[in-house]
Design a protein around this ligand. Structure first.
Ligand code: M6R
Length: 364
């Protein structure tokens, strides 16, 4: 049932193009995004004043990408909350607010409780869920299903990718309703989104490069991730994946925060994965990498194919296909997942069932 793969996680990483096609396909009509929720008319969408995205773990990280995409395209303010924080902090909600709940399983207890609270307080609720008929899907006003298929490995991979796809589709659809972008631009970006599954092939066949990198870092006790904007959101997810299945301590930093404390941790040989895929902050990101390198950090830099990388800035450079900046998270996630996977394999961990963790967290 692992389809010839040694672990479900690797199988599920490789299923991402299929999962993305299944999720994006039904949500594009005549070249424009459509959510498949009748109630989400232009009028309804234009009435949304604030958006709150609430989720746990990896789903929350998908929400962080969603925030950046929605704010950039549709110019609606978005908060992202951890469900267990949101539900106990007396959140301020009104009927003009939309609460987007993201959950692969649809059964995460804190996320379900946050959804119920949002409803009690009169907000509109939209669930982005993978498991059909799950508790969260049933409780929300509206549902958009992701089509990842069953995800067995505890570490979430393909479910995250399809959550990102829905975040982008939502951002584009909201932008269309609010007319914050020309329709032609929305068409162009929608077409680009549809091209993403094909872009993943070279990244998925790049296993050997990533496995080699993992072999170089497998004995590390700590490993840092850093980036800005979308790259920061992906740093958080890369770091979670790594610590979850390889048991290597790891933290992710917004690169600009380094000099506010973190950089004191960087000494000779400290491993740092630097993500730098966004043109608008590329120079800033590189200067953060240089700061790390100057202090002896051992750097893996992830950047685009044609990005200029000065000599001696990084020990290893992983090149990603040239693609629209805003969609780079969907490409970059693949090497991050593979890195965590190979670290776990090389360290002899139980990849699919890491200690102390359950696939679906139905207790507080
Ligand atoms: O089923 P959910 O999406 O609600 O699960 C949320 C988290 O428990 C989940 O994403 C967790 O963080 C993963 N094991 C991370 O790989």
């Amino acid at each position: 049932e692992k389809g010839g793969y040694p672990h479900f996680m690797l199988k599920e990483i490789h299923e991402q193009p299929t999962a993305l096609r299944a999720t994006i396909g039904p949500h594009v009509e005549d070249g424009l995004p459509q959510l498949g929720v009748d109630a989400l008319t232009d009028e309804m969408l234009c009435g949304i004043r604030n958006i709150h995205i609430v989720a746990c773990g990896t789903a929350m990280h998908a929400g962080m990408v969603g925030k950046t995409a929605i704010e950039r395209f549709a110019r609606v303010p978005v908060d992202v909350d951890i469900a267990s924080e949101f539900r106990y902090r007396d959140p301020i909600l009104s009927q003009d607010d939309l609460v987007i709940i993201i959950s692969q399983s649809g059964e995460t207890l804190d996320t379900l409780a946050a959804l119920k609270l949002a409803k009690e307080r009169g907000a509109k609720t939209l669930a982005v869920v993978n498991v059909v008929g799950s508790s969260i899907a049933r409780a929300a006003d509206w549902v958009i299903y992701t089509h990842a298929g069953p995800e067995i490995a505890v570490a979430s991979t393909k479910a995250y990718s399809v959550q990102l796809a829905v975040m982008y589709l939502f951002a584009l659809r909201l932008s269309l309703a609010k007319k914050t972008q020309p329709e032609e631009e929305i068409r162009r970006l929608t077409a680009e989104l549809q091209r993403i599954p094909d872009q993943l092939a070279p990244l998925l066949s790049n296993c050997n490069e990533i496995k080699y990198l993992a072999s170089q870092f497998m004995n590390s006790d700590d490993l840092f991730f850093m980036g800005r904007g979308f790259d920061y959101a992906l740093s958080l997810e890369g770091s979670l994946k790594l610590k979850e299945i390889s048991y290597v301590h790891s933290e992710a930093y917004a690169a600009g925060e380094l000099k506010h404390g973190t950089i004191s941790l960087i000494v000779n040989g400290t491993p740092v994965v630097a993500l730098a895929t966004q043109k608008n902050v590329y120079e800033k990101a590189l200067s953060n990498v240089k700061e790390v390198k100057t202090r002896g950090g051992r750097v893996i830099l992830l950047c685009k194919e044609n990005a200029p990388v000065p000599e001696d800035v990084a020990d290893f450079v992983v090149r990603l296909p040239e693609f629209e900046d805003i969609f780079m998270p969907m490409l970059m996630i693949v090497p991050l997942q593979l890195f965590a996977y190979y670290m776990s394999v090389l360290r002899g961990c139980d990849v699919d069932k890491p200690r102390n963790l359950a696939k679906s967290v139905t207790v507080e």
